[in-house]
Design a protein around this ligand. Structure first.
Ligand SMILES: [Zn+2]
Length: 274
């Protein structure tokens, strides 16, 4: 347990020299085949980023869960995928430097939610979460969901990418479906214009998804691809759509053609696998 990672963290000055062991890295690529969509050069960069991520972050197992090297590398590699080729005011792992902790639960996490209705009555209920990202705070993940990510890629589902895309979104303070963007993004003269264009495109994709979902649910229309949770809010739509973009890009391009160019511009042109 944690042998390689403990050594890595015990010798911070040597992080740069300590590569993720080959067998551990190869097992990660096999368990999460969508990582192998990227060419050799991108994969080497991903391996470097993953190692640096493991040097920066602290993993905590909840409910008695022991975090092994394999679990930490699996989470780190998937978390680094969105920042592998990203454009923007931050580079690489700087997108994630507002927090250190990653809390991993064995399964779904029960969160207590409360609302106060118009009569001032407090309603509390428990919500089952596969993960959660807090602004300037830790990321929480269900290991059961993380471990199944190879299998659920066809559905466009990936909890690690989902939560870390929320981190990108919140990097400028607001969970509004728009990460900080640089001036010049997709030809916009200023950062404000880049943001306005992003929001307009994402919002039309979001409204279209919500329409298709209600057609499917109320009127027996064709079922939607992607988790219905994406209809919850624009920031959830951004996170859910980004999951699909990374783990099942062919289907994503068929269902969300209007978003592809914009996501390509944000997440960067990665060298495809030969
Ligand atoms: Zn979410």
């Amino acid at each position: 347990m944690l042998r390689w990672l403990q050594k890595l963290r015990g010798q911070p000055g040597r992080v740069a020299q300590r590569q993720i062991p080959d067998t551990l890295w190869q097992t990660t690529l096999q368990d999460f085949p969508f990582l192998q969509r990227h060419g050799a050069q991108s994969l080497e960069t991903l391996r470097d980023l993953t190692r640096a991520f493991l040097g920066d972050k602290e993993f905590h197992g909840a409910g008695g869960l022991v975090i092994t090297d394999a679990m930490a590398v699996a989470i780190a590699a998937q978390a680094c995928l969105p920042v592998l080729g990203i454009a923007g005011p931050y580079r690489g792992l700087a997108w994630y430097d507002d927090f250190v902790g990653i809390v991993v639960h064995p399964g779904a996490v029960l969160a207590t939610r409360e609302t106060v209705d118009d009569d001032g009555v407090v309603h509390a209920w428990q919500e089952e979460l596969s993960g959660e990202a807090m602004q300037d705070g830790p990321v929480t993940l269900s290991w059961e969901d993380v471990a199944g990510a190879g299998r659920t890629a066809g559905e466009g589902y990936n909890v690690v990418i989902h939560e870390f895309v929320h981190k990108l979104d919140m990097r400028d303070g607001a969970a509004d479906g728009c990460p900080p963007l640089p001036a010049g993004f997709m030809g916009a003269a200023t950062a404000a214009r880049a943001r306005a264009a992003w929001r307009a495109t994402l919002n039309s994709g979001y409204l279209e998804f919500c329409d298709k979902l209600s057609m499917a649910e109320r009127f027996g229309g064709a079922p939607v691809w992607l988790d219905a949770y994406a209809a919850e809010s624009i920031d959830e739509f951004f996170a859910v759509a980004s999951e699909a973009y990374f783990v099942n890009p062919e289907r994503f391009a068929r269902d969300f053609p209007a978003l592809v160019a914009m996501f390509d511009a944000l997440y960067g042109a990665l060298t495809p696998a030969a």
